[in-house]
Design a protein around this ligand. Structure first.
Ligand code: IDP
Ligand code: MG
Length: 139
């Protein structure tokens, strides 16, 4: 039912100057931005956001990477948003990502992989609320 998902342009892609190109590809993919902010996660906030991965061996690396520089957080809207956005960004490991996807074009490796996309409607709602107040979301 829901038609929204949550995304972050990660510190690697921000640092290499790809914010504009990635936002253009998101818009060209049919997504409308309904909330957006340029911000930086503290280590504590990054740890909280990725708490679901706390048992994974790469958790420490992930938290330090995600708090290493600014990010662009956004809520985007389209029919079938979660699934269609995962297709637009491509596989976690850019070596496996389909040609033309955001990760194929901009990710450095499986950790520094340019962009986040929620994996379910439920997580899209949780992750959106983590970053945005209701007053920061525009129809
Ligand atoms: P996803 O972002 O494609 O949903 P997840 O498995 O949910 O992938 O992992 C979350 C994030 O953790 C990835 O986007 C990536 O930044 C990082 N990550 C995943 N697997 C590895 C790994 O094997 N080594 C280092 N970092 C990883
Ligand atoms: Mg995930």
């Amino acid at each position: 039912m829901t038609n929204r998902t949550f995304t972050m342009i990660k510190p690697d892609a921000v640092g290499s100057g790809h914010i504009g190109a990635i936002l253009a590809q998101i818009n060209a993919g049919g997504f409308k931005i309904v909330a957006m902010k340029y911000t930086k996660l503290s280590e504590e906030k990054a740890g909280e956001f990725y708490a679901i991965h706390s048992a994974r061996p790469f958790y420490g690396e992930l938290v330090s990477f995600m708090s290493s520089g600014p990010i662009v957080a956004a809520i985007i809207e389209k029919e079938n948003a979660v699934e269609d956005f995962r297709k637009l960004i491509g596989s976690t490991n850019p070596a496996d990502a389909a040609p033309g996807t955001i990760r194929a074009k901009f990710a450095k490796n499986i950790g520094e992989n340019a962009i986040h996309g929620s994996d379910s409607d439920e997580n899209a709602a949780i992750e959106s609320a983590f970053h945005f107040a209701g007053t920061e979301i525009f129809e």
